[in-house]
Design a binder for this molecule. Structure first.
Ligand code: ADP
Ligand code: ADP
Ligand code: MG
Length: 448
């Protein structure tokens, strides 16, 4: 097992990783920007190193600064968390060159899955159904027009290196396509450093269903059931996730689980990972992309499986073998996660910063809170708006929902507007309760 792990991230996920390391008896090194000196992960880690000025590119995205921090503190491994450098091939490679184990898949696997168009090709070859579209990235406008005609409008233009819900455009005609193609390419270049885009059929009123997998270095791959992330903003950012999904049958669960395992095996995947799918109105499921990292919403899977995904991810990286097989994975009860973000409902849910004057986390049966908040903490303006994840477990969905309402009602975050009021409305919504929603639910009903 590792002796000391550097955590190349901030916020709640840095705290989550420190907790996993501590339970495994591993020492931790936090890194932080000048804007994060008073952050909880800095206080909680055994050691902390300042890696630069506030902007992400100068600190949490600085490969030399982070690798150097790991070397001078004598770390033997690096955990990248999510976002930031978690899916950056050069970071994983540089860690390995420096003799640091990157806690995630091999750099070559990250590279294969990072280009979302290429990932779809690989999965299709492995026998997994994928959302129809261009085979690989779009090479020119004429090819795009031809493909769009074949698929039928509307179609999606998506950035091959996109993520976080960004870099996705819907177009409804040849004219719109021609107008949006250069814009999409420029936006992709600016946001993700690569201009490539691909085309995809627009799935009407879809649900987002994803499958968690764990794969060790010995070829053992298991899936841990699905998460339903259909409650999203208009900008395709997930707000609320749950497991199991109310929209699929046990047969479908088994089918997509089998696809996820087959897809992961076909690329020799190692580590925790997620295969994302869309479910259409006819009940057909298509592969959309793979995230080669731990996800924000991993906690709901932890609550229904009883497995600690962070600890398994670390153990697998340390060369341990998964001691359980697919038949040993039992899904119990129902779990829901709400992403409590610092966002202002009066300003179109714009992210906001400022001092959290008072913070009180909810508790009691079936409630888990992953957060970096404390009373008096100042939320910096530079990073994403996630403040806390409130996760509840119940014997069934109704109990999980009742506990979530109770927990969010108990929670106190003073000084900043949050998404809590929005969640309280969602949790009481008839369509949400009935489980009949699609990704259009939040934009249509809550104008967000
Ligand atoms: P998850 O897939 O775990 O639900 P999100 O899509 O909410 O995660 O993204 C988690 C964080 O990672 C967010 O801060 C998001 O902006 C960032 N992120 C994810 N993918 C990318 C990417 N390709 N480029 C830049 N940031 C990304
Ligand atoms: P990211 O890399 O940003 O996570 P994804 O490809 O996973 O992007 O898509 C994010 C969300 O965008 C999906 O959950 C879904 O709501 C919407 N979306 C993406 N592709 C399509 C599509 N072809 N049809 C309909 N909705 C889509
Ligand atoms: Mg995605």
């Amino acid at each position: 097992m590792f002796k000391k792990v550097l955590i190349a991230n901030r916020g709640e996920i840095a705290v989550r990783i420190i907790r996993a390391c501590r339970e495994l008896g591993i020492a931790t090194v936090a890194v932080y920007s000048q804007a994060d000196a008073t952050s909880l992960h800095v206080k909680m880690a055994d050691q902390a190193v300042c890696i630069g000025p506030p902007p992400n590119r100068d600190s949490y995205l600085s490969i030399p600064n982070i690798v150097t921090a790991a070397i001078i503190t004598g770390c033997d491994a690096v955990h990248p968390g999510y976002g930031n450098l978690s899916e950056t091939v050069a970071f994983a490679e540089n860690c390995e060159i420096a003799g640091l184990k990157f806690i995630g898949p091999r750099p070559a696997t990250i590279e294969q899955m990072q280009d979302k168009a290429q990932a779809k090709n690989l999965m299709e070859r492995a026998g997994v159904p994928v959302i129809p579209g261009t085979k690989g990235v779009l090479t020119n406008e004429a090819e795009g027009l031809k493909t769009a005609k074949k698929l039928g409008y509307p179609v999606m233009i998506k950035a091959a290196a996109g993520g976080g819900g960004r870099g996705i455009r819907i177009v409804r005609s040849d004219d719109e396509f021609k107008r949006n193609l250069p814009l999409a390419q420029a936006e992709a270049q600016a946001s993700f450093g690569r201009p490539e885009v691909y085309l995809e059929k627009y799935i009407e009123e879809p649900r987002h269903i994803e499958v968690q997998i764990l794969a060790d270095e010995f070829g053992n791959v298991v899936h841990l059931g699905e998460r339903d992330c259909t409650v999203q903003k208009k900008s395709h950012q997930k707000l609320l996730e749950e497991s199991p999904s109310v929209a699929i049958t046990p047969q479908q669960r088994q089918q997509i689980g089998t696809w996820a395992v087959k897809g992961a095996k076909s690329v020799g995947y190692v580590s925790a990972g997620t295969m994302e799918f869309l479910l259409d109105r006819q009940g057909k499921v298509y592969f959309m992309e793979m995230n080669t990292r731990i996800q924000v919403e991993h906690c709901v899977t932890e609550l229904v499986t009883g497995l600690d995904l962070l600890k398994w991810q670390i153990r697998i990286a340390a060369g341990e073998k998964l001691p359980f097989a697919q038949k040993d994975v039992e899904l119990r009860g129902h779990a829901i996660e709400c992403r409590v973000n610092a966002e202002d409902p009066n300003r179109n849910m714009m992210a906001c910063a400022g001092v959290v004057k008072r913070f009180q986390a909810p508790g009691g049966p079936g409630v888990r809170v992953d957060t970096h908040l404390y009373s008096g903490y100042e939320v910096p303006a530079y990073y994403d708006s996630l403040l806390a994840k409130v996760v509840t477990w119940g014997r069934d969905r109704d109990e999980a929902i009742a506990r979530m309402k109770r927990a969010l009602g108990e929670m106190i975050v003073e000084g900043l507007p949050t998404t809590i009021p929005l969640f309280l409305r969602i949790l009481d919504d008839e369509e949400f309760r009935a489980g009949t929603i699609n990704t259009d639910f939040v934009p249509r009903k809550f104008h967000t």
